[in-house]
Ligand binder design. Structure first.
Ligand SMILES: [Zn+2]
Length: 239
């Protein structure tokens, strides 16, 4: 039983290394994912800003067409003004001309506002584009670094997996099955030390009789609370 326990402990140490490597690999790929999402966010902003500019340009063209139409009506009225017969007609044309001029003044102001808006939006696009370019460059560098790291992790993992295989072969099949099943259920920890009568997996006291059995090291004993396989460890042995 002592040999089995020692094999399982070695196996667990290897499995913990593997799971650390797996986490590192996953974290790297998540980081890249986040960076890509942020870059996509900036690209979306550029698309939205471009749409806003297009809408403002459209409105500006409409206003300029209206301005031109109004201006030609004003010119027509000025020609008419020279041939009017009555004062009433004269006053009426004069008023229409004044109204037209007022309307055009408002249109001109609106055009100026739109142009300022377009200018601001264009500046914002330039800013976002710069961020995108920088992000893209950094992302490319980061992806290369992460890929390098990942391939190192993967190589290390493959090496460890080979060691694991030989360790796993040294453990009886039924015990290995038990180990795997507990490990899956208990957060990667299947075999735990007991120190001072306390299971280091769940930190519960174990019954004195069980503790005595554990000291004998002649059979496999599981924690009554967390069901992990236990082994006795003196306080000084503690890792
Ligand atoms: Zn326990």
């Amino acid at each position: 039983m002592k040999a089995n326990i020692s094999h399982l402990r070695e196996l667990q140490a290897i499995d913990q290394k593997i799971s650390t490597l797996d986490k590192e690999i996953a974290a790297s790929s998540a980081e890249i994912g986040n960076r890509r999402a942020s870059l996509d966010g900036h690209k979306d902003t550029i698309v939205q800003l471009t749409e806003k500019i297009a809408a403002s340009e459209q409105r500006r063209r409409e206003l300029e067409a209206e301005l031109e139409d109004e201006q030609s009506r004003i010119t027509d009225r000025q020609t008419k003004l020279m041939n009017v017969q009555t004062n009433r007609e004269y006053q009426s044309i004069l008023k229409e001309t004044e109204d037209g001029k007022k309307a055009n003044k408002l249109r001109e102001e609106a055009v100026v506002q739109l142009m300022e808006q377009i200018e601001a939006l264009t500046a914002k696009i330039e800013e976002e584009t710069k961020i995108c370019e920088e992000d893209e460059k950094m992302l490319a560098d980061d992806i290369a670094a992460v890929e390098k790291k990942t391939s190192q992790f993967t190589a290390e993992r493959n090496k460890i997996m080979k060691t694991r295989e030989s360790k796993a072969n040294a453990v009886a099949a039924s015990l290995l099955k038990k180990y795997t099943s507990i490990r899956d259920k208990r957060n990667g920890l299947a075999i735990v030390p007991v120190t001072g009568g306390v299971c280091r997996g769940c930190f519960m006291n174990i019954p004195p009789q069980l503790y005595n059995d554990l000291m004998k090291e002649d059979k496999l004993i599981s924690c009554p609370t967390c069901h992990r396989i236990m082994f006795h460890q003196t306080e000084t042995e503690e890792e």
